[in-house]
Design a protein around this ligand. Structure first.
Ligand code: PMP
Ligand code: GLN
Length: 389
């Protein structure tokens, strides 16, 4: 048996994630961190209280492997409330330690070595390493700025080529695209035609703006047993450190997923599950306000970035704005730009090329707007002082 000090070749071929790199650089330079996506508030106080009450008065031992019944029931209820999906909480809902674990559960649970997996770039950083580590063969289809339109011919070619799984992220990080009903219809038809399974990363499901609607792929004909829906309390309650995720899937798929989860984390802190269960029961007004507030912050940051010469792309959802920075006069690529503004203007962002395997998308930076009004105002002032006056 031969072990190397560098460990597994696939995983050690990836550096530290761009989110950690930029957050560390932001700390080092006392920069306002608009890189990694996290709010600067502390979440809804009643949700936090529900978790702390449970910590004091609940049962702090291993909860059920599938998750606290209260949270699984809440997840089933919101599936019905928001999307008219009838879900059996006992056999079709699994609680995970964040959507990140949910994604790993789906990929490790469903991929056989050699299986082809369709991924859509730009993609979230954990997808590719886990697909590869699970033995999957990635087949990547690209969306490009500025319009991020879907190349359906490429998509179909990947299915013809044998993709068994497709990983779909809508609302989409980092490009803030929300897949439309007609796009989803076409994707659903392909998934059915080629008898594939769709893993749907919907962590930003409630963060959509200006009347844009998030529609789960699971609601389309033929998709109830072919789509897996992943949500995250971290995003829905602006508590990203909680790492509470949830999966909705038909019992047949859930069998493989729960088998995987039991060997990854087995369970998730019960008090945080109780907080999320409470949160998901909140009235419609909470979800409307969350999106209205974020929409205001999006517009505030978009105006500020335009004011310093950046071209802000359409943002229909998520926490993020993508901006073409060439109008600022900066000469260099996106990583250099993000490092430069972190060190010199003391505002951090994330280079969009980090979400692509290739390196030809080089003039876009991703800025996070889920921050207090004052934080964004100060960030824009710093950028203005650096680029304009
Ligand atoms: N998917 C996407 C698209 C994300 O942006 C994130 C990051 N927050 C996650 C999954 C992971 O979510 P969680 O923090 O719940 O693990
Ligand atoms: N989802 C967050 C983002 O896109 C980062 C989460 C992480 O750092 N792993 O910024």
């Amino acid at each position: 048996m031969h072990f190397t000090m560098t460990g597994n070749k696939i995983l050690s071929s990836y550096g530290t994630t761009i989110f950690e790199v930029m957050s560390q650089l932001a700390l080092e330079h006392d920069a306002i961190n608009l890189g990694q996506g996290f709010p600067d508030g502390n979440g809804p106080p009643d949700v936090v209280s529900a978790a702390s009450d449970y910590l004091e008065n609940g049962i702090n031992q291993y909860p059920s492997m599938m998750g606290l019944p209260a949270l699984r029931q809440s997840v089933a209820e919101v599936n019905m409330r928001f999307y008219n999906l009838a879900v059996d909480w006992k056999s079709e809902v699994l609680v995970t330690s964040g959507a990140t674990e949910a994604l790993a559960v789906c990929l490790f649970g469903l991929i056989e070595p050699g299986d082809k997996v369709l991924l859509i770039e730009p993609l979230y950083d954990s997808y590719m390493p886990i697909v590869r580590r699970a033995g999957g063969v990635p087949n990547t289809v690209r969306l490009n700025p500025p319009d991020w339109s879907i190349p359906f011919d490429d998509l179909e070619r990947a299915f013809i080529d044998g993709a068994k799984l497709v990983l779909l992220n809508t609302p989409m990080n980092p490009c803030s695209k929300v897949f439309s009903r007609s796009e989803l219809e076409r994707i659903a038809a392909l998934v059915v035609k080629y008898e594939a399974i769709a893993i749907c990363d919907e962590v930003y499901e409630h963060l959509v703006y200006h009347g844009v609607e998030h529609i789960p792929l699971m609601t389309f004909p033929g998709m109830r047993t072919r789509a897996i829906r992943i949500g995250s309390a971290g995003k829905t309650f602006s508590l990203t450190g909680w790492k509470v995720g949830y999966i909705t899937a038909c019992p047949e798929l859930m069998m493989s997923l729960s088998r995987t989860h039991q060997f990854l984390t087995f369970t998730t802190p019960p008090n945080l599950q109780a907080g999320a269960a409470f949160g998901l029961k909140k009235e419609a007004g909470y979800f409307v306000q969350l999106s209205n507030e974020l929409q205001k912050r999006r517009d505030q940051l978009a105006n500020g970035l335009s004011g310093v010469g950046m071209e802000v792309l359409k943002c229909e959802g998520t926490y993020f704005i993508t901006a073409d920075f060439r109008g600022t006069g900066f000469q260099g690529d996106d990583l250099q730009f993000c490092k430069n503004i972190t060190e010199q203007a003391r505002v951090a962002a994330v280079p969009v090329s980090a979400f692509y395997g290739g390196d030809d998308v080089k003039s876009y930076a991703r800025f996070c707007f889920c921050k207090e009004e004052d934080t964004l105002m100060e960030a824009v002032n710093r950028l203005r002082r650096y680029f304009v006056c």
